[in-house]
Write a protein that binds this ligand. Structure first.
Ligand SMILES: Cc1ncc(COP(=O)(O)O)c(C=O)c1O
Length: 455
């Protein structure tokens, strides 16, 4: 009875959205329908997952800070359950590279789901998987791929490959780095380690050592691989010093360790080239891809050179690495459609151009003191920010984190942004690569209004 009544709550979906619209906010965020959905969610989902609402409430000194509930999206627009229209400056964690629900993506998905939504991992494959593997090779110049379902999967396949190829166990990763939260990936993740790693430390291996991102390196003779994000995303849009990645590559090579670039966030055009390694002039042994690869289907890839990947040896019939959904046809078809759109619209180049413009515009706003990142993967440092670790913050410190306050203000005015960095003190801006200048300009003037109101 309750479910029936509440299910009419999403009746505001199915509008024809262009994806290029400016926000239309009707009232308080969240509205009553979103609140009703949140009330149902918190009764049934593990509370640790929905806890961020209390984190934000605590950080901002607000009693109630639930999220608007998404019912539809197109291009750079998201419609919530109350009919509010937002501009998404997060691209849904960087996934909607070509925008949400791109017509080409939708058509490819519709066709494939009616034809063959699922095949059989390592046992029976389908043509879409072959096309995708070939396409990834052509784009990266690397011969072999292990597909997965999440960024964490890709990272774990890369770590396994390093073990197989070198016979060594140790992995060097970096402070502030984020590689995912499943056990293998979590061992390498250092971002917010007190909160997200420490509870499980007894169940993690001891093979990962962390060094300073952009800093000096320990001797690598015993290491299987160096695992690094070319640009730390969740860690705060940190760009390493010029030449550091090349230094990392040559130091690893000299020591017989592999270079694994985690391009789960930076890949598929986000930083202004197809992959960040191409702009850096670095040749990694392995790259990890995910997020914007399919603009919405959970699919990822660990891509490596033949020299490294062939160390796995030929299958003896019982795959030593696979999963039920490996190389899923629907995901493969959606990734292929995404790659087509990225290529046809030359979106990596657009990200470079628009990113340079956006950086300049951000810097011209009084109160923006620094812009970090590259392409359409930017982080704005705002004036007067006082870093505060959300989980440890005393309640009396509420309201002092200007990036969290800015993200709330922007949300209430129709722009979705995510704070990033260990102290959530940097305003992350990672929109769809198709976002219009008008949408960005409108977000910039809203941010300027907010900063003006803070002085
Ligand atoms: C650089 C990087 N690697 C790996 C991951 C993990 O990806 P997933 O959440 O799909 O497991 C993320 C997610 O944010 C990421 O940013």
């Amino acid at each position: 009875m309750q479910a029936e009544k509440s299910d009419s709550l999403d009746s505001t979906g199915d509008h024809s959205l262009t994806g290029t619209e400016l926000p239309r906010i009707k009232g308080a965020i969240p509205g009553p329908r979103s609140r009703a959905w949140v009330d149902r969610l918190v009764q049934r989902e593990c509370p640790a997952i929905t806890a961020r609402r209390s984190r934000r409430a605590m950080a901002l000194g607000l009693a109630d800070h639930d999220p608007p509930v998404w019912v539809q999206a197109r291009g750079s627009n998201v419609l919530d359950a109350d009919g509010n229209l937002f501009v998404d400056l997060t691209a849904g964690f960087g996934v909607a590279s070509i925008g949400h629900a791109h017509p080409r993506l939708v058509a490819a998905a519709r066709h494939q789901v009616g034809l063959l939504p699922h095949a059989m991992g390592d046992t029976f494959f389908d043509p879409q998987r072959v096309r995708l593997l070939e396409s990834i090779s052509a784009l990266t110049g690397m011969e072999r791929t292990i597909l997965g379902s999440s960024g964490s999967d890709a990272v774990e396949a890369a770590i396994k490959t390093a073990r197989i190829a070198t016979g060594r166990d140790k992995i060097l990763a970096f402070r502030g780095g984020y590689h995912g939260l499943s056990f293998g990936a979590l061992a390498a993740t250092s971002f917010l380690s007190q909160q997200i790693r420490a509870p499980f430390s007894g169940q993690l291996g001891h093979h990962v050592q962390h060094a300073t991102f952009g800093g000096s390196l320990p001797p690598l003779a015993e290491f299987a691989a160096v695992l690094v994000e070319p640009l730390q995303g969740r860690g705060g849009m940190n760009v390493p010093p010029r030449g550091w990645l090349a230094h990392l590559a040559s130091t690893a090579k000299d020591a017989g360790a592999l270079l694994i670039l985690d391009e789960v966030f930076t890949g598929f055009g986000r930083t202004g080239s197809w992959f960040a390694f191409q702009a850096e002039g670095v040749r990694p042994d392995i790259i990890c891809l995910g997020k914007g690869m399919s603009a919405g289907f959970p699919i990822s890839a660990c891509v490596g050179t033949a020299a490294v990947m062939d160390a796995w040896g030929a299958s003896t019939g019982q795959a030593i690495h696979t999963q039920t959904f490996l190389g899923n046809p629907l995901g493969s078809a959606m990734a292929l459609a995404t790659i087509d759109v990225l290529r046809e619209q030359d979106l990596p180049a657009r990200a470079a151009r628009l990113g340079s413009w956006l950086r300049e515009e951000l810097m011209s706003i009084p109160g923006v003191v620094q812009v970090k990142g590259r392409g359409l993967m930017l982080g704005a440092v705002l004036n007067g920010h006082r870093p505060m670790r959300p989980a440890a913050a005393p309640r009396k410190g509420a309201g002092t984190n200007i990036a969290l306050s800015a993200s709330r203000y922007l949300l209430e005015h129709g722009f979705m942004v995510l704070p990033c960095g260990e102290d959530a003190d940097i305003l992350g801006i990672t929109p769809p690569l198709t976002i219009t200048k008008e949408q960005l300009s409108s977000a910039l003037s809203t941010l300027a209004d907010f900063l003006d109101s803070c002085t």
